[in-house]
Design a protein around this ligand. Structure first.
Ligand code: NAP
Ligand code: ZN
Length: 349
């Protein structure tokens, strides 16, 4: 084992602080990455506060990782030293089940998540991207174009793919009216992608201060969701609504905005489930409520290539590693414009 260094949550109640931990030796298929930037996802906050339960502390969060390859195992053929590389939410899966075989590794029963997942190599848990280095099997490493700023590309590895994948799965494009609920890390990428795919985009936000940004990011209209009269104007008009909110809330107010056969897709993962929606809101227009988890590796590469081609990146606030706890506090107040990204050069040994 080698030494690694990063920031960890030691328990669910105290601020993150420096942590020394082991990094496994590289195997034949592995890539060793020196981390340059790591995005800060609301999932990191849910996990370090143990809101999803089952956390194993210390947790080194971070699954929006951009770095440079500094060493490769003997059988690595997809990367070489010096390449820019990305790692998202997964670092392994079984490889043989129907989900893995159809490039949907995120739905495999044996997905190994980038942090706080059992690590078969070390017998410990996996440690994520708030760190100096990471070792990952090449099958779970993404190629990153050098056309875009790597700090602004980092959030694509989770916020990007988690919104791109459902919009593609439900074939969103020209002629569709798409609602996006919540303008945070995921929501702002959803607005950009839905707009880029040619849909009419309506953003639903609880924050009046975000109206102008919502339009700048690609929304045709921005609605303050606390205002029932403005919500009424969109009754039965959307084909698809992507709900990115990180807290439990009433789903019926959004179901009512769907046309016949419309779908409300949940990607936010609050600590407690939303109240169950009314059956009447579902059956009378054959509406559905669905969910979606990140995206497979093949689709993540497709999304990154699409972004490089269309010049799409996240809007970010670059922070020092030491500012992570303040960043979490701001995230809890829905005050992020629109993704914090840690500049890993600020990590001191
Ligand atoms: P974020 O940056 O904090 O954005 C969440 C947004 O939700 C806020 O900016 C806010 O937007 C809105 N919101 C409204 N009421 C809220 C409340 N009471 N508490 C918090 N937010 C509220 O979070 P994110 O990183 O985009 O993540 C969003 C959710 O998706 C999290 O639960 C995260 O764990 C989950 N997630 C899921 C997947 C997946 O694969 N399904 C992947 C990544 C993350 P307005 O100010 O516009 O109302
Ligand atoms: Zn995430």
């Amino acid at each position: 084992m080698n030494n690694n260094f990063g920031y960890a949550a030691y328990d669910a109640h105290t601020p993150l602080r420096p942590f020394d931990f082991p990094r496994r030796e590289i195997n034949a298929q592995d890539v060793l990455i020196e981390i340059l930037y790591c995005g800060v996802c609301h999932s990191d906050l849910h996990q370090v506060r143990n809101e999803w339960r089952g956390a194993t502390f210390p947790i080194v969060p971070g699954h929006e990782i951009i770095g440079r390859v500094i060493e490769t195992g003997g059988a690595v053929n997809r990367f070489k030293t010096g390449d820019l590389a990305g790692v998202g939410c997964m670092v392994d899966a079984c490889g043989v089940c129907p989900d893995c075989q159809s490039d949907q590794e995120q739905y495999c029963d044996h997905t190994v998540f980038t942090y706080n997942s059992p690590d078969k190599h070390t017998g410990l848990v996996t440690y994520g991207g708030y760190a100096r280095q990471i070792v990952v099997d090449q099958r779970f490493v993404l190629h990153i174009s050098d056309k875009l700023h790597p700090a602004a590309v980092a959030p694509l590895l989770c916020a990007g793919i988690t919104t791109y994948s459902p919009l593609r799965h439900w074939n969103i494009g020209r002629g569709d009216k798409v609602g996006v609920v919540g303008l945070g890390g995921l929501g702002h990428m959803a607005v950009k992608f839905a707009h880029a795919f040619g849909a009419e985009v309506v953003l639903f936000t609880t924050s009046p201060a975000k109206v102008a940004d919502g339009k700048r990011l690609g929304a045709d209209e921005v609605v303050i969701s606390k205002n029932p009269e403005d919500m009424q104007k969109h009754l039965q008009s959307c084909n698809f609504i992507l709900d990115t909110v990180a807290a439990p809330h009433d789903l019926d107010q959004y179901l009512a905005l769907l046309k016949r056969d419309g779908c409300l897709c949940l990607v936010g993962v609050p600590d407690h489930s939303h109240p169950s929606p009314s059956v009447g809101n579902l059956i009378f227009r054959r509406r559905s409520v669905a969910g979606s988890l990140i995206g497979g590796i093949r689709e993540t590469q497709e999304m990154l290539d699409f972004c490089a081609e269309h010049n799409i990146v996240a809007d970010i606030e670059l922070i020092a590693m030491q500012a992570i706890n303040q960043a979490y506090d701001r995230m809890l107040k829905s005050d992020v414009k629109y993704r914090f990204v840690i500049d890993m050069s600020t990590l001191e040994a």
